[in-house]
Design a protein around this ligand. Structure first.
Ligand SMILES: Cc1cc2nc3c(=O)[nH]c(=O)nc-3n(C[C@H](O)[C@H](O)[C@H](O)COP(=O)(O)O)c2cc1C
Length: 330
């Protein structure tokens, strides 16, 4: 077994490797997760899904919850602060058969936080524990007892770094894995993440700790695994437009080297993403959604800026194809 690349066991669930795709709202749709799985992501999370919307039967939530075609193992991530609503929402996941249910304790969005959910839950570790218990009860009763996991931030702000207390409350309530985005709610997505929090948690908890924050290339992942002792890492912004990062990181960890994809490979993968998304969500929605995704797929490419300026006006898959072909021919 490689010292840094290895399987992870979460209760009875065995994940063959430790390179995860993080939940990223607006980006990690099921088409993207499928492409990441194909490129070596060992585990992935849906975008955050509102427990209230799920219980109300929102039409849009179904698309968020479904497994990607190539996705072998995934967790549905729920947010909410009412244990009963979270219990009901988790009980409705039976048709999707996720391998785990993750509880979002990190979302910084004011509307979410005001309702006590997302990173708001970290201000009330006792409630966080009750939410974990409620979801675990639903998992036992409806979902063949799949593991319940939590994703935390370091704390609310620099003066209230309570990731330890929250992680302990979650684990005591039965959480089987803890992911830590090592930034505070006040930081949002700015500034450096503080990996010492990940190392601290990894040394204290008996359950696996997954590290998140500032993983933009394979070397970052290697460094985080080595320096913090976390069980797994999760790529977020570093995977946007770059599902290749999973295979590259695995190659780095296992052989010490990796190769970069060519522009044509990135564009081909982006186009496949568009086609899959169009079959999931319809052509119009997919074409609009893919504008931001293509900004990521073409980032850093020679001639990428004029291509992006043209792509943002594309309304159909055929228009995308023509623009991308034109770019590649030049
Ligand atoms: C646009 C965006 C959307 C995100 N959506 C979610 C989400 O739905 N659930 C969640 O737990 N974290 C979410 N995150 C946080 C990421 O999962 C990750 O923890 C964070 O981006 C830190 O990793 P990075 O610095 O490598 O990007 C989001 C981050 C970004 C930038």
């Amino acid at each position: 077994m490689n010292a840094l690349f290895h399987p992870i066991r979460i209760r009875s669930l065995v994940i063959p490797g430790n390179l995860f795709l993080a939940p990223v709202a607006g980006y990690t749709d099921r088409a993207f997760r499928s492409l990441c799985a194909e490129q070596g992501a060992d585990f992935s999370f849906t975008e955050l899904v509102s427990s209230e919307a799920l219980v109300r039967g929102g039409v849009k939530t179904d698309a968020l919850l479904r497994r990607g075609e190539e996705e072998q193992r995934y967790a549905v991530q729920l947010f909410g602060a009412d244990p009963l609503v979270m219990y009901r929402a988790a009980s409705l996941l039976l048709p999707y058969a996720p391998e785990a249910v993750d509880i979002n304790c990190g979302c910084p969005v004011p509307k979410v936080v005001k309702a006590g959910a997302g990173s708001g839950l970290m201000r009330n570790p006792a409630l966080l524990g009750r939410v974990v218990e409620a979801v675990l009860r639903a998992s036992r009763e409806f979902l063949a007892e799949v593991p319940v996991t939590v994703k935390l931030r370091s704390g609310w702000d620099a003066s209230s770094l309570n990731y330890r207390e929250c992680a302990e409350a979650a684990v005591q309530a039965g959480a089987a894995l803890v992911s830590l985005h090592a930034r505070t709610r006040a930081q949002g997505y700015e500034g450096r993440s503080d990996w010492s929090h990940i190392a601290d948690l990894a040394s204290r908890l008996e359950v696996p700790v997954v590290g998140s924050g500032d993983l933009f290339c394979p070397e970052d992942a290697e460094q985080m695994l080595r320096e913090t002792g976390c069980a797994a890492v999760m790529f977020a912004r570093g995977a946007m437009g770059n599902p290749f990062i999973f295979a590259q990181t695995r190659s780095l960890l296992c052989t010490g080297a990796y190769s970069a994809p060519l522009a044509v490979d990135r564009i081909r993968l982006g186009f496949r993403h568009l086609v899959m998304l169009a079959s999931n969500l319809g052509e119009g929605v997919a074409c609009r959604e893919m504008r931001k995704q293509f900004c990521a797929y073409t980032k850093g490419m020679a001639g990428g800026a004029p291509l992006r300026n043209r792509l943002v006006h594309a309304e159909t898959v055929a228009e995308y194809r023509a623009l991308l072909q034109d770019y590649l021919e030049k």
